[in-house]
Design a protein around this ligand. Structure first.
Ligand code: BGC
Length: 410
């Protein structure tokens, strides 16, 4: 058995909008309830975690974890511009306190795609005032909870839009995106209703610029309000591999999708890596997996070795410790997930043995949940959720991960 470093952070993640339910003051709720909408179905009560959060933390504890990653919903904390809701601040503080009581480090994500409705009405991250607005919220939250936190994630996957340009998307998706935003703008009575998980192709760069500015402003705000907290941003990293000797296409993808974020992370305390897959490129194309290769629910090959590659790449480029803030598998067949976890962690061990600094591993996700535009179809959870009774049931994969965590070894 090879041991993980002492103090290695083990956990699973959730995100507010995907589990809490009734996130009614958020941009995403509004976009879900606009016609036409890109969302397959509305989030509704999600996993009812706004009510059942204690139970969720108990579940994390039951798997021997020493951390729990969740996000704070900005739309709850600041439902109206300029106003903070004391009841909601207390709500998230109770979550943090309960984690600490059970010996779990609360890992807070400050923005996991969703923002307040009022912020979307202003044009979201495309509006130059957005960084300052975000920093005001971050300051409030960090002044309140900073002394109880050790690691904070500012933004979740700000690089998702450029990553999606590398995935073949049918044109109607972009048409529906534009139509959803147009209808939301009309419904809200503004020129440009915008949100970071429904993004027009022609605005990918502007969104990226705004999110980069927001991260820089948040970094400053966190360091001022809570200097002991370690901060980073989380980006989606595919393990991009080359077949043959022409790496030009792969290298171009890396620069377009991760380049600016990995450079930005050089001034952070860690880089959050979120990996779900690998893709092979020759000099001209992405290469489709063979017909016999099992695929995940996202359509790419099931490849547990992808995590190691993504982690090594992030560390080489950013030069700061890596924190695996998400890793998982979209599958309705949990035997695939149960078989996937150990080889992925073997790979992570290889990287650590070669000197890559890795702070911890977070599985996505604790629960089956609301998978954004795809609704409730895809399953990533270690726990199954009955969406009528909200009963949670451990899947066999949860036991596999719990055993590894108990031994701090694979
Ligand atoms: C996101 C999660 C999402 C997961 C699976 C990541 O892109 O951070 O919110 O549910 O991947 O698609």
């Amino acid at each position: 058995m090879s041991k993980f470093p002492e103090g290695f952070i083990w956990g699973a993640a959730t995100a507010g909008h995907q589990v809490e339910g009734d996130n009614v003051n958020s941009d995403t709720w509004f976009a879900e309830h606009t016609t036409p909408t890109l969302f397959k179905e509305p989030s509704g009560k999600a996993c009812n975690s706004y009510v059942l959060w204690r139970e969720d933390i108990d579940l994390a504890k039951s798997l021997n974890f020493n951390s729990y990653r969740f996000s704070i919903e900005w739309a709850r904390i600041q439902p109206v511009e300029g106003e903070f809701d004391e009841k909601e601040l207390a709500h998230y503080e109770a979550i943090i306190d309960y984690c600490l009581e059970l010996g779990l480090e609360p890992i807070v994500t400050l923005n996991h795609f969703t923002s307040p409705h009022w912020f979307a009405k202003l044009g979201s991250w495309i509006n130059p005032v957005s960084a300052e607005l975000f920093a005001t919220y971050v300051t409030k939250v960090m002044q309140r909870y900073g002394s109880k936190l050790k690691h904070v994630v500012t933004l979740n996957e700000p690089n998702l839009p450029p990553l999606l340009t590398w995935v073949h998307m049918p044109e109607f998706v972009y048409e529906l995106t534009a139509a959803n935003l147009k209808a939301a703008s009309e419904k809200a009575g503004v020129d440009n209703y915008r949100l970071s998980n429904v993004v027009r192709k022609d605005e990918f760069d502007a969104m990226g610029d705004g999110l980069e500015a927001a991260h820089i402003a948040a970094r400053k705000a966190i360091r001022a309000a809570a200097p002991n907290v370690k901060l980073g941003l989380s980006i989606a990293i595919v393990d991009d591999r080359v077949v043959g000797d022409d790496s030009s296409l792969r290298d171009r993808k890396r620069e377009e999708v991760y380049g600016r974020w990995l450079r930005l992370a050089k001034d952070d305390d860690f880089i959050g890596v979120q990996n779900y897959e690998s893709v092979y490129y020759d000099g001209e194309h992405a290469i489709e997996p063979g017909p016999d290769v099992p695929r995940n629910g996202m359509g790419s090959a099931i490849d547990p070795t992808a995590l190691e590659g993504a982690v090594r790449y992030a560390y080489e480029q950013a030069g700061v410790p890596v924190y695996v803030t998400e890793h998982g598998l979209s599958t309705t067949d949990d035997t695939q997930r149960a078989a996937f976890i150990k080889p992925a962690l073997d790979g992570l061990q290889n990287a650590i043995a070669d000197g890559v600094e890795v702070l911890g591993y977070t599985h996505w996700s604790l629960l089956d949940n609301f998978e954004w535009i795809f609704g409730y179809g895809p399953k990533f959870g270690l726990f199954d959720v009955n969406f009528e009774t909200f009963e949670r049931t451990a899947k066999p994969s949860a036991g596999v991960l719990a055993e590894i965590v108990k031994n701090n070894a694979v």
